[in-house]
Structures are given as C-alpha cells and as structure tokens.
Design a protein around this ligand. Structure first.
Ligand SMILES: [Zn+2]
Length: 65
C-alpha cells in the first residue's frame, strides 16, 4: 500500500501524501504541528488533572524513591 494517503489535517484539499515524507502522514510540517497541537489541547481540555492522576499514581511511586 504505497502512495496516496490524505493529510488528516487538510484532507479536503490535500494532495496525496507519500509515505516517505518526513511529515507523514501529514502533508507538511504546519499540518503536523496543527494536528499535534490540537491533540494535546484536547487532551488537556478533556483529561485535565483528574485523568493524569488516575493514570499516574504519584503517591506509590514517590514513596519508593
Ligand atoms: Zn495537510
């Protein structure tokens, strides 16, 4: 399966992305950054502190060290 992937950020108008692109699966650095930035922002907005403390029980870990 080589060849035509569409950029997940601007897929409406994107040219196909080749899988040897340094920004794969995005068409460009700006799209990659936009997607990553949006993802991180969503994580912070949705998860916030509660999700992080649920996943990382700090009390046990720090007690051992
Ligand atoms: Zn793009």
């Amino acid at each position: 399966m080589k060849g035509s992937f569409l950029c997940p950020v601007c897929k409406e108008s994107a040219a196909p992305v080749s899988d040897d692109s340094p920004f794969f699966p995005f068409c460009s650095e700006s799209c990659r950054d936009r997607d990553l930035g949006g993802w991180l922002r969503n994580q912070y907005r949705i998860g916030g502190r509660r999700a992080r403390s649920d996943e990382l029980p700090e009390t046990d870990e720090s007690a051992q060290q």
